[in-house]
Design a protein around this ligand. Structure first.
Ligand SMILES: CC(C)(COP(=O)(O)OP(=O)(O)OC[C@H]1O[C@@H](n2cnc3c(N)ncnc32)[C@H](O)[C@@H]1OP(=O)(O)O)[C@@H](O)C(=O)NCCC(=O)NCCS
Length: 123
């Protein structure tokens, strides 16, 4: 965790975004047998695009692709969290069919700051 505390590692995988060279990465993590996540896990999916390749639709395309993996795993929904001021990430989530689920405060390990939790229905 960012504060140095230890928690069990969840199952998951990370893929690279590639356009002839590395462009970013996107990861999916979950708990077996449930769509729920432990409080210390801020969302099923996380992504980032290198600064010099942003605003080309890569994050949106990668999210749509990894949703197919989540659907194949029979997850009924995925959650993605963003900081309230991270408008690019919120646009990516909305473009993939996400809806704001709740506003909450991050757990203490992450600094207890405000955060938004979105859900994308898959069922
Ligand atoms: C969030 C992030 C992954 C978006 O990646 P991206 O490949 O640039 O996203 P897309 O090109 O798919 O753009 C999605 C939308 O966000 C908009 N957008 C992207 N970067 C933006 C910026 N800096 N300012 C304003 N809008 C932006 C795009 O214009 C697009 O909107 P549109 O559909 O209305 O045109 C990228 O900014 C990033 O890596 N940020 C740092 C890491 C991060 O915040 N990860 C997410 C944590 S929740």
């Amino acid at each position: 965790m960012p504060d140095g505390s230890m928690v069990p590692r969840l199952p998951g995988f990370r893929r690279w975004m590639w356009d002839g060279e590395f462009a970013g990465s996107i990861g999916l993590r979950w708990q077996n047998g449930t769509a729920a996540l432990p409080p210390y896990c801020l969302g099923h999916i996380g992504y980032s695009v290198v600064e010099w390749k942003q605003r080309r639709g890569y994050a949106t395309a990668a999210l749509l692709l990894i949703l197919e993996d989540a659907r194949a795993m029979k997850l009924p929904y995925v959650e993605i969290t963003t900081d309230p001021d991270n408008l690019p990430s919120q646009k990516v989530i909305l473009a993939a069919g996400g809806n704001l689920f709740e506003r909450f405060n991050k757990p203490p390990q992450f600094g207890s700051k405000p955060c938004l939790r979105f859900r994308i229905a898959l069922a």
